[in-house]
Each structure stands twice: as structure tokens, then as C-alpha cells.
Ligand binder design. Structure first.
Ligand code: SF4
Length: 415
């Protein structure tokens, strides 16, 4: 699949760091992150979640390291994890040192919660010795009190200054293997803060709308904030913060990058018409059935479910494959060309079977294998529907006239 990311504002050049074997920044592809919700001391439970996150599209996973048992868990998790592990550190610098001992590939420090200069420098020094990068994870909700008061709130300038201050501490011990985040739960604040951070730093930026909440609102907030910035060329790695199974975060991150053309499609992209008066089938139900039947098959194609054969195949000719309803039939099409007509109650089944063949054999082969009578049959159905419906596909005008005749409304002036 051709990526369309080059239609967006070119990505701003940042320096490159490595979180384990994942490059972040520079010309590396934008990576997806998520965070486990298990107790890190629960090694098997955490690893199961990490594997699920990696399968859903996460390139890097963060685990909390809030107690000694968590650090010990990390020592067992890191060598068995399919993706690099970042330890999340808030109040105790000793937990950062313990996580480094456990072998993590990255640290996240919250400058609002870990404030002592000497401790911050100790951690940076140890990270430097081990070649482990640190994310300076500024968060509007836990901004340093002094910065909050001096700036009159958690402003973009205050968030960026917090990161600058941390960078200055790091610089004193010669450490600069850093990425930066300036998250907020307000989408507008987060966008403004990252724009300023992008002008201020050349370090890679980790994007996120923090505490976005449960889907769908959380997904919308994350997409509005992260998507806007990526479209402006800002951002090197992303994380959705959802109040949901973290697998949903990883999926959302991957799907956002796919939809922006910044990552090759890994899975299904199901499109469906919004339905209208011409619909010959319950589009929502058919789209849901198709989604359920196709989503676990990991077919990297775009599939269209269209409510009528009058407009469907033409409107969705950009899709790899699709189905359009009409005259109690399903009209199966590949890149807009009708290849088969099946009974309506078999349309989802036929769509799934053809989608698998399409992925296995390719577009040309499946077009060559098309039922030669299908196009003519579909055209006949299309013309019949047009004749029946014309500009009044559901006969609404005829019905209204009937009602008016019955009630005598035609005699009265229209309101
Ligand atoms: S494909 Fe047909 S049913 Fe769907 S929105 Fe277009 S005209 Fe309406």
C-alpha cells in the first residue's frame, strides 16, 4: 500500500534516540506506545498484556515501577517482552535506579513529581552509563507548583519550561538521550504546548492527551490532539490514554497512523456508506456483521459496505472490495467492478470469502475470475431501482400525496 503521509506537512526534523531496538525521532516511523494496567509484580499477567498490546500495534510498552516488587517484576518481564519496556517513575528516584538495574530500555520521569535536583542528576547519570534514554514526561495536572504560580496556571510556556529545567539538570551530568512530552487533558492546551515544544527543542516528542477518559469521547480527544499535531509534522511517538483495556489504546494509535498514511495498513479498514433513502438493506447491521466476520482475519485491505447498487460501487470504487445491496441481492465488487451477484442473505459470507481470495491471489487474478454475467445483472438491478425510485426512491412523494388526498390537505394552502 502506498503511504500518503507525504501529503501532510513534512515531519519536523528531530534528533534520533533508541528505546531498545525502536528508533524514535529523526526519520524513524512514528511509533505507538501504550501502558500496562496490571500490577508489574504480576509477571505473567503483565507479560500477557504486553503481548496483546504488541499484537495490536504497540511498538513500546510502559509499566509502572512504583515499588520494589514492581522492579523485581521488571527484571523478569524485560527479557521475555516482545517490545522494549519503559519504566514509569513518579515520586521515588530509587525506583528509577531499580528499574535500570532490572534492565529496562527506557525511563519516564515526571518532573512535577520527582523534584530534587540531586536525585534527578543521579538517575540521569546512571541512565547515561547504561545508554538508556529518558522521557521527560511533563503533565499539566502535576506541574511543579512554582511554575504553575509564576505562569498563572499550566500554560504552554509553563509546561515547556518544566521540560527545559529538567534538560538543564541532565546537561550538568552530560546526559541528553531524551524525548519529551508536554501532555494535558485539554486538547487545545496540549496542541499549543506541543507546538511550542516543537519550536523549542529538537528532541523527539512523545504525543498524548492525558486522562482522555473512556471511549468514544476519549478516542475523539486523543485523535483531535494527536492527529492535529501529526498533520502539522509534529510528533515522533504517540500514546492514547484511554480509560479502557489498553489494547484499545494500541489499536487506536495504529489506526490513527494508518488513517494518516503514516504507517502501512496492518489490518482491515472497513468503510460503509452513511445510508440514505435509497438504501436497500440495513447498512448498520450489514457493516457490523462484516466487521465481526473480517476483523480477526488481519486482511490488510479496505472493504466497503454500501446500501444500494445505484451509487455504491461507483462511490466506493477506491475500496479494494465491497458489497452493495439491491433487489434482494448483494452485488460484490472489486475496485468498483462487479464480480459476482449473490442472494442478499449470503452477501456477508460471500464478501468474506472473496476478501480472502483477493488477499491471497491479488486484484488482477480476482477480476479475471469474475462472473461474466454479474456486471450486466447488476446494471439491470441498478436501472430497475432507478426506474422504481427515480428522484423519490422510497416513494415518499407519492405517499404524501395519498395522505393529502385522504385528509383533504391538497385543498388547503401549504404552511
Ligand atoms: S450508497 Fe446508496 S444507500 Fe448508501 S448513501 Fe449512497 S445512495 Fe445512499
Amino acid at each position: 500500500m502506498e503511504l500518503s503521509g507525504n501529503l501532510l506537512t513534512p515531519r519536523r526534523k528531530t534528533r534520533q534516540i533508541h528505546v531498545g531496538d525502536v528508533a524514535v525521532g529523526g526519520d524513524a516511523r512514528v511509533s505507538v506506545q501504550s501502558m500496562t494496567t496490571t500490577k508489574t509484580a504480576d509477571v505473567d499477567g503483565t507479560l500477557a498484556q504486553i503481548y496483546a498490546l504488541a499484537a495490536a500495534g504497540a511498538d513500546i510498552v510502559r509499566c509502572t515501577c512504583n515499588e520494589e516488587a514492581a522492579a523485581e517484576g521488571l527484571a523478569q518481564i524485560v527479557p521475555r517482552s516482545p517490545v522494549p519496556i519503559v519504566a514509569d517513575i513518579h515520586f521515588h528516584h530509587k525506583m528509577a535506579l531499580a528499574a535500570l538495574d532490572a534492565g529496562v530500555q527506557g525511563l519516564r520521569l515526571n518532573p512535577g513529581n520527582l523534584r530534587k535536583e540531586a536525585e534527578i542528576k543521579t538517575v540521569a547519570s546512571e541512565a547515561k552509563d547504561r545508554g538508556v534514554p529518558i522521557r521527560i514526561g511533563v503533565n499539566a495536572g502535576s506541574l511543579d507548583k512554582e511554575l504553575f504560580e509564576r505562569h498563572g496556571g499550566a500554560t504552554p510556556e509553563a509546561l515547556v519550561e518544566s521540560a527545559q529545567r529538567e534538560l538543564a539538570y541532565f546537561a550538568e551530568v552530560g546526559f541528553d538521550d531524551v524525548k519529551i512530552s508536554v501532555k494535558a487533558s485539554s486538547v487545545a492546551l496540549m496542541i499549543a504546548a506541543y507546538r511550542l515544544a516543537s519550536e523549542t527543542f529538537d528532541h523527539p516528542l512523545h504525543l498524548g492527551v492525558t486522562e482522555a477518559g473512556p471511549p468514544p469521547a476519549g478516542l475523539l480527544k486523543g485523535s483531535a490532539g494527536i492527529g492535529t499535531l501529526l498533520a502539522e509534522g509534529i510528533g515522533d511517538t504517540i500514546r492514547y490514554s484511554l480509560t479502557a483495556d489498553p489494547v484499545e489504546e494500541a489499536k487506536a494509535g495504529r489506526q490513527l497512523l494508518e488513517s494518516l498514511g503514516l504507517r502501512e495498513r496492518k489490518g482491515l479498514d472497513l468503510i460503509a456508506c452513511p445510508s440514505c433513502g435509497r438504501a436497500q438493506v440495513d447498512v448498520i447491521a450489514v457493516a457490523k456483521a462484516a466487521q465481526e466476520a473480517l476483523e480477526d482475519r488481519n486482511l490488510p485491505i479496505q472493504v466497503a459496505v454500501m446500501g444500494c447498487v445505484v451509487n455504491g460501487p461507483g462511490e466506493a470504487r477506491g475500496a479494494d472490495i465491497g458489497i452493495a445491496a439491491g433487489k434482494h441481492k448483494g452485488h460484490l465488487f472489486i475496485r468498483g467492478e462487479i464480480v459476482r451477484v449473490v442472494p442478499e442473505d449470503e452477501m456477508v459470507e460471500a464478501l468474506v470469502a472473496e476478501a480472502e481470495k483477493l488477499v491471497a491471489e491479488g486484484v488482477e487474478a480476482r477480476l479475471a475470475a469474475a462472473d461474466k454475467t454479474a456486471a450486466a445483472e447488476a446494471e439491470a438491478d441498478r436501472m430497475a431501482l432507478l426506474d422504481e425510485g427515480g428522484d423519490d426512491p422510497n416513494a415518499a412523494i407519492v405517499r404524501i400525496e395519498k395522505i393529502r388526498r385522504r385528509t383533504g390537505e391538497t385543498e388547503k394552502p401549504r404552511k
